[in-house]
Design a protein around this ligand. Structure first.
Ligand code: SF4
Length: 335
């Protein structure tokens, strides 16, 4: 049984008093200790899925799952308070804009001390004051912050976005989560900073044995850190595969286009040459086409694509396409 196993996740959000479906029939399965990627362009529904998984949503969002198993516990059958407790104690989330996730009115040390769970310390309360300060220092050292004394007495606006993201990761570390959901933590960073954060999350996974669901729109820098990848297009998982298989033999045209868009720096790139990206924009959630959601942008589209493709499984994963690439009939399960 997978560590996180979600069957048929459906999410709707209310826009101008009308419920709009963002995703339906999403199946997510992550084994313990894996780093799993969810890759999709901006607006494909990643952040909404992250909120749905952590229960961070208000009355304008509704979530349904047929099954939501986490660490062998079925959360669907739990009273909401208990479910929130299980999620709060075991799942941590890192959001896109780190600085705005921190309280602007408090110095870092106060915020970090408050974020440490009481259960992590089992001696009398008066000893916990010293313990909290020591733990905050250790955590900041672990995420590679050198000038800890200066940083802990700073306010978020005085720190760079990368430092703020490292602090958020340190806070998450302090909670000792079993699952970390990272919602595009490297967007709007330079490529060197992106790599720093990715390495940090990878070491977090390796040393603290934390399972990671890493959401991003940038396939290239994250590929080598991931065991398995979900490709998300317009609220639908269009391909699931191991990262090796995905790079070597993408099955879905959207995956192929994302791989083609990665610049090959070994070749002589022409000055101002264009990235190979799909023409057009993804459809709006309020105006989803009847057939395949990639249809109007897909170079392989044909009349069969007016019917929504189902999920086809094969040895390394699954895909949703009538005309998959790089696969032989005998590899398809059930053929
Ligand atoms: S089903 Fe058709 S339109 Fe959709 S990705 Fe496959 S080939 Fe393209």
């Amino acid at each position: 049984m997978a560590f996180l196993d979600i069957k048929n996740l459906c999410v709707d959000i209310r826009i101008d008093k009308v419920w709009v479906n963002i995703c339906s029939n999403l199946n997510i399965s992550i084994n313990e200790g894996e780093v799993c990627g969810m890759i999709g362009s901006s607006g494909s529904g990643k952040s909404i899925i992250a909120k749905a998984l952590t229960g961070m949503y208000g009355p304008n969002m509704r979530v349904h799952t047929d099954s939501f198993r986490f660490n062998d516990i079925e959360l669907n059958n739990m009273p909401s308070l208990m479910r929130r407790k299980v999620i709060g104690e075991n799942i941590a989330i890192i959001l896109q804009e780190a600085r705005s996730s921190l309280d602007p009115s408090l110095p870092i040390i106060t915020q970090m001390k408050r974020a440490l769970p009481r259960k992590a310390f089992d001696s009398p309360w008066y000893k916990s004051l010293f313990w909290r300060k020591k733990t905050v220092n250790n955590l900041l050292h672990r995420v590679g912050i050198k000038d800890v004394n200066k940083v802990i007495h700073s306010y978020p606006y005085e720190l760079s976005e990368v430092l703020c993201q490292k602090i958020i990761i340190a806070m998450a570390l302090g909670r000792k989560p079993k699952l970390l959901i990272a919602d595009d933590p490297i967007s709007s960073m330079t490529s060197i900073s992106q790599l720093q954060i990715l390495r940090l999350i990878a070491s977090f996974n390796k040393n603290s044995k934390v399972t990671v669901l890493y959401m991003t729109n940038d396939l290239a820098p994250s590929l080598k850190f991931m065991d398995k990848i979900y490709m998300l297009y317009c609220g639908q998982i269009v391909e699931t595969s191991t990262s090796k298989e995905l790079v070597a033999r993408p099955k879905h045209p959207y995956t192929e286009s994302m791989l083609n868009a990665i610049p090959d720096y070994n070749k002589n790139l022409r000055h101002k040459c264009k990235l190979k990206v799909l023409e057009g924009d993804p459809p709006e959630f309020t105006n989803i086409p009847i057939g395949c959601r990639l249809g109007s942008r897909c170079p392989y589209a044909d009349k069969e694509c007016n019917v929504m493709p189902g999920i086809t499984k094969y040895k390394h994963g699954s895909y949703r396409c009538h005309f998959p690439l790089n696969i032989k009939d005998e590899e398809i399960q059930g053929k």
